[in-house]
Design a protein around this ligand. Sequence first.
Ligand code: NAP
Length: 274
Amino acid sequence: MKKWFAVIGDPISHSKSPAMHNAWYTEMDVDATYIPIRVEPANLRKAVASLKLLGASGWNVTIPHKEAIIPLLDELDEQAAKMGAVNTVVKMADGKYKGYNTDGAGFVRSLEDAVGTVHRDKPILLIGAGGAARGIAFALLAGGYRNITIANRTVMKAEAICEELGTGQAVSLVEAENKLNQFAIFIQTTPAGMANGTLNLPFSLEKFPQDAIAADIVYNPLMTPFLQAAEEKGATIINGLGMFVHQGAIAYNYWLGHYPNTSNTIIELTAQLK
Ligand code: NAP
């Protein structure tokens, strides 16, 4: 029987997920389709009940529903429970719907695609403590990265993540700015630099070290002000597209039991976003 998948969010028309997943089904000869569905927050409960009733094979969840969907699901993966957010729902063999989070693991894959696995002991500065940073922090820890500092405007939110991680340090943006040269890997997770956004980078890169690794999870534009400044300091830079493609590929694997070819997708989406 033909499988069908969806992405729910609000707004949703900008989402690149339907084109990406449908292209994978064609390429991998999978009889499935993937549709975008705009769901306003007030309608989330009804929308989830409808998706279940209509027998969706699974769906992705994007802003603003990643936290609110949790109590509406039948089961929750342990990592997603720790992250407090779900971006992928899977219909299990018994018909129950289980929530997972593939965002953080998608980031770790994109990092390791770019620079391999030899940097796991290096000191990491995670900038931001929102939903994406939380997922990345848990995925880094699960991936063997143990030296994590989280800098955030609201330090309490960084402290809360460190407490839940059971490791890591929380610092203010000013503290981070003053000791930037103590880190080797930088992961920028605030919306600074997003196309049409007005937010400037919330800290100065004056003390940015030589030969660092700098990742930004914003992918539109591909080259953010943070990546541009880091590249000028000689850093290896990683844009947010790899995270997006890999979170989709991990979801695809939960649903269909095999991985799609991600390298072609990254090349195609890079060409579209340039
Ligand atoms: P979020 O939960 O709203 O968190 C936003 C973070 O940015 C918080 O740490 C917030 O600090 C900080 N921030 C916002 N405005 C700031 C300012 N003026 N000065 C300093 N810090 C500020 O958002 P999110 O879900 O984590 O998403 C963050 C970004 O990641 C978005 O641009 C999103 O598009 C992108 N993203 C990309 C992918 C991908 O696949 N590449 C996946 C998920 C998200 P406070 O805690 O102090 O408010």
